[in-house]
Ligand binder design. Structure first.
Ligand SMILES: Nc1ncnc2c1ncn2[C@@H]1O[C@H](COP(=O)(O)OP(=O)(O)OP(=O)(O)O)[C@@H](O)[C@H]1O
Ligand SMILES: [Mg+2]
Length: 291
C-alpha cells in the first residue's frame, strides 16, 4: 500500500480538528481599546478593523504601542476597556477551552524571534503542534515540522540545527516556520525584517507576500521598514496619539496632513523609497510629485 502524501496525512489528522475558516469580512475588529501600565496610558479609544486576506502594515513611533496592540489581540494583554473580536468572537469572553480553538488559528512571530535555544529548529516548530495536537503521531509531527521549515525558505537540514547555528535571517525564517506550524488563518509578524540586510529583508518580504497569497492568510505586520510597506502591504494602519489615526493604502495616507504621517512618508527616508522606480506607481496614483 502506498504512503499517503504528507499533506493528506496532515489534513486527515490535524486540520480536521479545526473549525471552518472564518468567512466574514473582518477577522479582527477592535473597538474603543484602552491599555495602560500604571499611570502610563498606551491606547485610548483605539479602533481598527483588519480585512480578511489583506497584508496590513502597522506603523508608529517606537513605544507607540504596536507590540502591546498585537499582544492584546492574541490575548496576552488584558485591556482596561474596549472589545476585541477575532474571527467574530470576543476573545476576552471565551472560556479557556474555546480560547484554545481560537489560538490554534493564528501564528505569531514575536519581536526578537524568541526561539527556544535548547531546541532544534524542527523541535521549535513542534512546540505548538505538541501543545495543540498532543495526540499526533511523533513521526508525523517531525514531517510537518520539516515541511514548515522548507515552506519558510530554509534548507531541510536546518530542521536539525540549533538557533545558535543560524544566521539572523535564518532565525527569522525559523520563527516564521513555527508561526506557520498550525496552518493559521491569521499571521502576526512583529518587526520580521528588523536586523536583516536589505537583500535578506526583501527576500523575507517576498516570502511573506507569497505565503499570504498562496495560503490565503490575513497578515498583521508590524514594521518600521518603509520598503516592506511599499512592497507587500495592501493597507497600512498608523498608530499615534494612543490610537489608530489613519488606515488605508499608502496613496491614501499620503493625503493626510497629520504631522507624523507626513514626517514618516514624506521625510528624507520616505521620499528616498518613493523615488525608486518600483515604487513610483504608488506616488503617481495619487497625483503628487512631492515637490
Ligand atoms: N509589560 C509592560 N509593562 C509596562 N510597560 C509596558 C509593558 N509592555 C509595554 N510597555 C510600555 O508600553 C509602551 C508601548 O510599548 P510597545 O512595546 O507596544 O511599543 P512599540 O510600538 O512596539 O515600540 P517598538 O517599535 O520600539 O517595538 C512603551 O512605553 C512600553 O514601555
Ligand atoms: Mg514593538
Amino acid at each position: 500500500m502506498s504512503e499517503a502524501p504528507i499533506q493528506e496525512k496532515v489534513e486527515a489528522q490535524a486540520i480536521d480538528n479545526l473549525e471552518p475558516d472564518f468567512d466574514g469580512e473582518f477577522p479582527i475588529v477592535i473597538e474603543g481599546l484602552r491599555n495602560s501600565f500604571g499611570e502610563q496610558v498606551v491606547h485610548e479609544g483605539l479602533d481598527l478593523k483588519v480585512k480578511r486576506g489583506e497584508v496590513l502594515g502597522v506603523v508608529g513611533g517606537s513605544g507607540s504601542g504596536k507590540s502591546v496592540l498585537m499582544r492584546s489581540i492574541i490575548g496576552l494583554q488584558v485591556p482596561d476597556q474596549g472589545t476585541i473580536e477575532v474571527f467574530g468572537r470576543n476573545i476576552a469572553d471565551e472560556s479557556a477551552r474555546e480560547d484554545m480553538a481560537i489560538r490554534s488559528r493564528w501564528g505569531v512571530l514575536f519581536q526578537g524571534g524568541a526561539l527556544f535555544s535548547t531546541l532544534t529548529v524542527g523541535e521549535n516548530v513542534e512546540v505548538p503542534l505538541k501543545q495543540f495536537y498532543p495526540e499526533l503521531d511523533p513521526e508525523l509531527m517531525h514531517e510537518i515540522a520539516r515541511y514548515k521549515v522548507v515552506l519558510s525558505g530554509l534548507p531541510a537540514d536546518a530542521a536539525s540545527k540549533y538557533p545558535a547555528e543560524l544566521s539572523g535571517g535564518m532565525k527569522k525564517r525559523a520563527g516564521l516556520a513555527r508561526a506557520l506550524a498550525l496552518d493559521p488563518e491569521l499571521l502576526f509578524l512583529d518587526e520580521p525584517t528588523a536586523g536583516l540586510d536589505p537583500i535578506g529583508a526583501a527576500r523575507f518580504d517576498e516570502l511573506t507576500r507569497n505565503l499570504a497569497d498562496t495560503l490565503g492568510l490575513t497578515v498583521f505586520l508590524i514594521t518600521h521598514d518603509l520598503d516592506t510597506l511599499y512592497a507587500i502591504c495592501d493597507r497600512v494602519a498608523v498608530i499615534a496619539d494612543k490610537k489608530v489615526i489613519a488606515v488605508g493604502t499608502i496613496p491614501e495616507l499620503l493625503k493626510s496632513d497629520h504631522p507624523w504621517i507626513q514626517e514618516y512618508f514624506n521625510g528624507p527616508r520616505g521620499r528616498a523609497v518613493q523615488a525608486r522606480p518600483e515604487h513610483g506607481k504608488s506616488m503617481d496614483s495619487q497625483g503628487q510629485t512631492g515637490e
